[in-house]
Design a protein around this ligand. Structure first.
Ligand code: FCB
Length: 402
């Protein structure tokens, strides 16, 4: 049995574009139509209207934290024109959480951009950080009195990888050079932000992957080292050097098996393969379930000497028992890392409700709460009830939550 600290944060996350619906001024909205995505975000989960109902469920499940994102394209639908009405909406969202004794954890950028910003070159524009800062200042002026935990940028390297290396997400570029300049601009944006948000606790949500070589060849060992450095730690290291992190926000889902087919940088950084070991269980998108990876990575974070906040960890599956196994094993590994001295502030599951999984549409079911996309009815899953016991008691492996 594992006992978590009494002031531990427990909760679940969402992101604006994935749940709100009708994000008509964002680059993703435009892109969905432009590429003819089979399932477009449309009304998503109608969370923009139904958020109070969703927060009632979170409260009943014993959550004392909730992570969500503010949609830049709602706040600033046209360049330099800020919407008071939308700022007021997010203030109400935050106050609704606080009324329910749920700590808001607010993300300022979660993959989507205003269309006007994308049309100016998006994150490739060397003034990107200035545009972003102007938006952040508005948000901070309106909301910082109510929010302690801020996340400037969600998964910068996942964004760079999908949008500028793989070419899978808007703006569908495939260029290491562009990826590098976008990364630099994202780093700059965060550092600026930190100055602005001096009195609160600020971080990013850094996706970490458990990179492992698929065999013991020198090439794969070297490629693993390179990926761990560039994908997992380079961004964090830059921010840490600037003293621009108050805690380390991490998102953890899976491992990635390194199988470089050659010595070119492209091979070393991108090629993946299968393990010679028996396969691990997978989520419905085919990602390996690898809870020990969380433990290993948490121990590596000790060197920053900052508290860690798990801002996303979750599984998409049609098998809710597998969801609870996944959560249980990740929480157990989290407990083990904490027993080794890793300071952790809280655990936020991805996601509170089923939602729009980017280019994959509505198929993957990550929610603690099921969403019926015909009626928008919410149904609490059994795994959510088991997690709820952990949230309410602070004990894992106690009573029915085994
Ligand atoms: C993370 C994203 C989040 C969600 C999960 C499944 O990379 O931050 O929006 O899509 O993956």
């Amino acid at each position: 049995m594992i006992k978590f600290p009494h002031d531990f944060f427990w909760g679940a996350a969402t992101a604006a574009h994935q749940v709100e619906g009708n994000n008509v001024n964002s680059d993703w909205w435009e892109w969905e139509k432009w590429v003819g995505l089979k399932e477009t975000s449309g009304l998503a989960c109608r969370h923009y209207e139904l958020y109070k109902q969703d927060f009632d469920l979170a409260q009943a499940l014993g959550h004392n934290a909730h992570r969500f994102s503010i949609e830049w394209s709602r706040i600033e639908p046209e360049e330099g024109k800020f919407s008071k009405k939308e700022l007021e909406h997010y203030r109400e969202v935050i106050l609704s959480l606080k009324e329910r004794n749920i700590e808001p954890v607010v993300t300022l950028h979660h993959f989507t951009n205003p269309l006007w910003f994308a049309n100016l070159g998006g994150w490739q524009n060397n003034l990107a950080h200035k545009y972003f800062l102007r938006y952040v200042e508005r948000v901070v002026d309106a909301l910082a009195d109510q929010v302690r935990f801020w996340v400037t940028i969600n998964e910068p390297m996942v964004y760079v990888y999908h949008s500028y290396i793989l070419g899978a997400w808007p703006p569908q570029e495939k260029s290491f050079l562009k990826a590098k300049s976008v990364t630099d601009n994202l780093v700059r944006s965060h550092i600026y932000k930190k100055k602005n948000l001096a009195t609160v606790s600020v971080s990013i949500a850094k996706n970490l992957q458990a990179f492992e070589p698929c065999d013991t060849t020198l090439r794969n060992k070297f490629a693993t080292y390179l990926r761990e450095r560039s994908f997992n730690f380079a961004f964090l290291n830059k921010l840490a050097r600037h003293k621009a992190l108050d805690f380390i926000g991490i998102n953890y889902y899976t491992r990635s098996l390194v199988a470089a087919q050659g010595w070119h940088l492209k091979n070393l950084l991108l090629d993946t393969g299968e393990s010679k070991q028996p396969p691990l269980k997978k989520n419905s998108l085919g990602w390996d379930i690898y809870p020990q990876g969380l433990y290993n990575l948490l121990l590596k974070l000790k060197r920053y000497n900052l508290p860690v906040f798990i801002l996303e960890n979750g599984i998409c599956t049609g098998d809710d028992n597998l969801r609870w196994d996944f959560m249980y094993e990740h929480l157990r590994n989290l407990g083990l890392a904490m027993a080794e001295g890793v300071r952790v502030l809280g655990y936020i599951y991805w996601s509170l409700i089923d939602n729009f999984e980017w280019d994959k549409g509505f198929g993957p079911r990550f929610g603690l709460i099921e969403v019926d996309y015909n009626t928008y009815k919410r149904t609490v899953r059994e795994s959510a009830r088991k997690f709820s016991e952990v949230c309410k008691t602070g004990y894992l492996g106690n009573g029915t939550n085994k």
